[in-house]
Design a protein around this ligand. Structure first.
Ligand SMILES: [Zn+2]
Length: 64
């Protein structure tokens, strides 16, 4: 028994995704998704990332 390969659905409209622009079905849906990113719709709620909270000296050359 082999399962037929199921194409993942477009996260925007649910249509079968297009291999060229997956996971989306069309450029239109890809644009919609991009717009969501820019509008902050995908911002993960929870801990805010504070760049100043990073440990000191990370990534800096060790001057001695
Ligand atoms: Zn779509």
């Amino acid at each position: 028994m082999s399962k037929p390969k199921k194409r993942p659905a477009c996260p925007i409209c649910g249509e079968p995704s297009n291999a060229k622009i997956k996971p989306f079905c069309s450029v239109k849906c890809a644009d919609i998704d991009l717009g969501k990113w820019f509008s902050g719709a995908y911002v993960v709620p929870g801990e805010p990332v504070d760049p100043e909270a990073l440990p000191p000296g990370s990534g800096e050359p060790d001057e001695d």
